[in-house]
Design a protein around this ligand. Sequence first.
Ligand SMILES: Cc1ncc(COP(=O)(O)O)c(C=O)c1O
Length: 385
Amino acid sequence: MFAKRTSWNLAPNRLSEALAAHRAAGKPLLDLTVSNPTECGFEYDRSAILKALGNPDALSYEPNPRGLESARRAVAGYYADRKEEVSAEDIFLTTSTSEAYSYVFRMLCDPGDELLIPSPSYPLFDFLAEIQDVSLVRYPLLYDHGWQIDFHALEQGITPRTRGIIVVHPNNPTGHFAKPAEMAKLNALCSAREMAIIADEVFLDFALDGSRAASFAANRGAPTFTLSGLSKISGLPQMKAAWLVAGGPQQWKSEAHGRLEVIADTYLSVNAPVQLAIPKFLEQRHAFHKQVISRVRRNLAALDRQLAEQSACSRLAVEGGWCAVLRVPATRSDEDLAIEVLSSKGISVHPGHFYEFPSDGYLVVSLITPERTFAEGSSRLLSFF
Ligand SMILES: Cc1ncc(COP(=O)(O)O)c(C=O)c1O
């Protein structure tokens, strides 16, 4: 009685089983995979956040498929602070970046149409695409003193059914930004072949060297959807506030906006208290950003000090985001390795294959892990090799 698209294998993988057994046995665990910012010891202005949710205007209902104008203006202000000109008219509010993806997928793709996605990248795409009947085609990112798009392979992946190219900027977990030359090539490819760029910028603000990478939100060179939200920018994933910016050539934009309005109007999914709070939630980003960047830098420095004392493992260059990728001896599958590290050292790490690394020998750790846990955990992890 169920649709084939939901016939997933829902059995937990071996690592999840091992983790559950470890926890059930009450064994100590140093978790180097934490990604929920509300559980990482960051300080939030609790009263400002809660007060923002109590706006009396929330007592009346003003349905608007794009979302309340006050909230969209605040999002446009976020881009203006980054010196990017984005009109509030191009912004559609959603409950999450994941929901924004679903709007875009629905709008661009008939069943079986294809989207190109980077590999490695974060694992949610498969479910997002399957639920929308979209086929994903992976294009490789190459690592050579830093990550870059393999444009040759990307072009080979384009078929008459390709509707767009997803770029995660900066990517999770590799932490690299799309460079201006890559953005120009993406524009050329997409405008020539009537495809869209779909840019996921949830980590855009988290450049380690304090630089400010250009956003795709003001891109005019090709049809472009730019997705972001408060789950990472302000560390408020529980508030379910995100957006997509539909920008690009004017004629395409008008057509795209009309279609998006119908999709958004069908759900009107973002609730009024949260929309009204978005300007205040965006203000929280400054204090949150400061704490995250300082923690990420300190954790990375601690990791580098420990890596310098051994020769079996190294880390890949990281430009931004919340993760570090470790190159470790590929003596067994990454999943077996993560299980053994858990059972022998009480450390939880992500195996590279979660993110579709091209071979074994990669582990991923979260740089927003509280510092003492990170220092102790990474030291124990390295002592495994
Ligand atoms: C690259 C990337 N995009 C999107 C998301 C999901 O964001 P949201 O909470 O807005 O759905 C994540 C979550 O980790 C992510 O890593």
